[in-house]
Design a protein around this ligand. Structure first.
Ligand code: 3PG
Length: 373
């Protein structure tokens, strides 16, 4: 992979792709972590008298969307860089269909007048878009510092053979996460499962989970993955042994803690939903975490938006932060949660990526990185 500090950049016109996909509320950037991740590269370019054109996307718009305009990002970058000299930012790339279609004409428009391209948005490197792959065919292309930093840290967990390696998986989107489970089977000693993924595994194993979030279309694959992990010697997959349940995942109403085995009875969960892992599960998972040498965590253990259902994730976060393991957190929700409870700088690395991080960890080649080779 070609790196930005290995090329002459003085006075060059440079197109840089950064990760502008940040939450926006009332016309303001709500969390600027992804923008801050590219400050080192942006400052390096500007200090070397480059003329910088920044590109990025926000959300998944279908055509132009006033809510997803780039202006709030521009305002935040002016604040973070302390200057608006020698750089400009283009409008949300995804307002143009050519971006996601990787249209060569759109890539050519982006390349006009530029001497080279810098990829500094690791979180989009799993997409084959005009601004990740198309552009790299037209301009000499280099990885920025943020992309390099991601790879250095994620390589430690994908290549490092230190044991035990523990993967903590929660949240939803089981279809995205099953390949990670599958591909990490030979390398991982412990899988600690919670969130809607945990519920999907349980429901696939004939537990009756009432109103809980489960992904029925993933039952078959969940069972296959379960079998492949349990068939391997020295591999453990843990599901919650107790559960926090209530009448709604939106508010704490009729909250109870039950043993998971009670959900084998079709009556137990009628008008109930799972909100969090229970206290016995937390204790069991904490013991595994304490013995781990390497940890990767993606996806919260419960509905952390409701404070009463955030306890499981909070205790897991404290255990990870307090462990001596090399620990990596991926995915917007989990990183956001860890930041909110003030533990982000207590873990080894918080990745800027969501889907890209999962794909990288599961051993897939990311097209946006391949394009830099
Ligand atoms: C992300 O939020 O993970 C990246 O910005 C990629 O966004 P996408 O999943 O909409 O391509």
């Amino acid at each position: 992979m070609k790196k930005i500090h290995e090329v002459e950049i003085q006075n060059k016109n440079i197109l840089i792709r950064i990760d502008t996909d940040v939450p926006i509320e009332n016309g303001k950037v709500k969390n600027d972590r992804r923008l801050r991740a590219s400050l080192k590269t942006l400052k390096y370019l500007l200090e070397n008298n480059a003329k910088v054109t920044i590109i990025g996307h926000i959300g998944r718009p279908d055509g132009e969307d006033p809510e997803l305009k780039i202006r709030p990002v521009e305002d935040k970058l002016i604040e973070l860089l302390g200057t608006h000299q020698n750089w400009q930012i283009l409008e949300n790339l995804r307002f143009n269909k050519g971006e996601e279609e990787n249209d060569p004409d759109f890539a050519r428009q982006l390349a006009v007048g530029q001497d080279l391209f810098v990829q500094d948005a690791f979180a989009t490197c799993h997409r084959s878009h005009a601004s990740t792959v198309g552009i790299a065919k037209l301009l000499p292309s280099f990885a920025g510092f943020s992309v390099q930093h991601e790879i250095e840290n994620l390589e430690k967990i994908s290549k490092d053979k230190e044991k035990p390696f523990t993967v903590i998986l929660g949240g939803a989107k089981i279809a995205d996460k099953l390949p990670v489970l599958k591909n990490l089977t030979s390398r991982t000693q412990n899988f600690l499962i919670g969130g809607a993924i945990g519920s999907t595994f349980l429901a696939a194993r004939r537990h009756h989970l009432g109103e809980s979030l489960v992904e029925e279309e993933a039952f078959r694959d969940a069972n296959i993955v379960w079998q492949s992990i349990t068939d391997e010697p020295d591999r453990n997959i843990f599901l919650p042994i107790d559960l926090v349940i209530s009448h709604s995942i939106k508010k704490a109403e009729g909250v109870r803690v039950i043993k998971t085995s009670e959900t084998l009875d079709p009556e137990t969960m009628k008008e109930y939903a799972i909100d969090d892992i229970g206290p016995k599960t937390v204790e069991e998972y904490k013991k595994v975490i304490a013995k781990s040498k390497v940890i990767f965590w993606n996806g919260n253990m419960g509905i952390t938006e409701v404070p009463a259902f955030a306890d499981g994730s909070k205790q897991i976060a404290e255990a990870v932060a307090g462990s001596e393991a090399f620990s990596v957190i991926g995915g917007g929700d989990t990183v956001g949660f860890i930041e909110n409870i003030g533990l982000a700088d207590k873990v080894s690395f918080c990745s800027t990526g969501g889907g890209a991080t999962l794909e990288y960890i599961s051993g897939k080649d990311l097209p946006g990185l391949k394009a830099l080779e």
